[in-house]
Design a protein around this ligand. Structure first.
Ligand code: PRT
Ligand code: ZN
Length: 213
């Protein structure tokens, strides 16, 4: 049987449209019937899996998929054995520290001994360690921006794009700790045959990116 590479793509969300667009620009045809979990390609040795973005590093690490497209925030935060192969340039955002608007921000040392709510405890703790700040990190999986107003935390560390979510929750962005964009991730154990297909795909992706610059 001909070897195929399995590519995990976000089913629906901020990465989906541009991920599919990139695949198409690479000249890879596939039928993405709505609601489908899987799709084949007629002209490239690939199979597509449509998944929740949070599940993609795990599926790639387990070998259910070989490669995937996720936000760098997700690929850096995960403790799964996957690595970033290539930056894709879309779904750009930043991971930032934010405090209530009424707080006068005087610098990072303000976070000493404070409670910070986030869905990104690993990236945040690495950052705080580098900066020599000791703070308590409260991991929560969603609606991080309401944590200060309900008394759960003094500050938050969350994904920001336009900043309007922070603003409507009475918060202000005070430090950018990480800049993110969509990335292609791979398992650390690809077969030689799959690595060859990945190399072909990367060649096409780089050509698409070069044509845009
Ligand atoms: O359902 P599934 O689990 O697959 O999707 P999801 O809801 O977990 O993820 P999704 O689709 O929201 O985001 C996927 C990826 O897009 C993230 O991992 C980031 O890499 C990237 N991205 C880019 C963003 C944003 N921009 C963004 N604005 N992810 C989240 N947001 C959130 C932000 O946290 C805020 O709450 O969107 C809200 C609006 O942002 P503002 O600043 O524009 O108001
Ligand atoms: Zn998600």
């Amino acid at each position: 049987m001909e070897e195929k590479i399995r590519i995990a793509i976000q089913k629906s969300g901020r990465l989906s449209e541009d991920s599919l667009k990139l695949i198409k620009e690479c000249g890879i045809q596939f039928n993405n019937g709505t609601g489908k979990l899987k799709s084949d390609s007629d002209n490239f040795p690939a199979e597509f899996l449509f998944l929740r973005d949070d599940d993609i590093p795990g599926y790639v690490a387990d070998g259910v998929a070989d490669i995937g497209i996720v936000g760098e925030n997700v690929s850096v935060e995960t403790n799964k054995p996957v690595h970033t192969v290539h930056k894709l340039g879309f779904s750009k955002c930043r991971l930032s520290l934010a405090v209530p608007r009424t707080v006068e921000y005087t610098g990072l040392q303000m976070f000493h001994n404070k409670n910070i709510a986030t869905s990104y405890p690993r990236i945040l703790s690495t950052y705080l360690q580098q900066e020599g700040i000791e703070a308590a990190i409260h991991e929560i999986s969603g609606s991080v921006e309401i944590a200060p107003s309900i008394g759960l935390a003094d500050a938050i560390c969350d994904i920001v794009s336009s900043g309007s979510t922070l603003m409507s929750n009475g918060l202000k962005e005070v430090e950018v700790i990480f800049r993110s964009e969509a990335v292609l991730i791979s398992s650390n154990t690809l077969s030689a045959a799959k690595q060859k297909i990945l190399d072909q795909l990367l060649f096409r992706i780089k050509a698409v990116q070069a044509a845009k610059n």
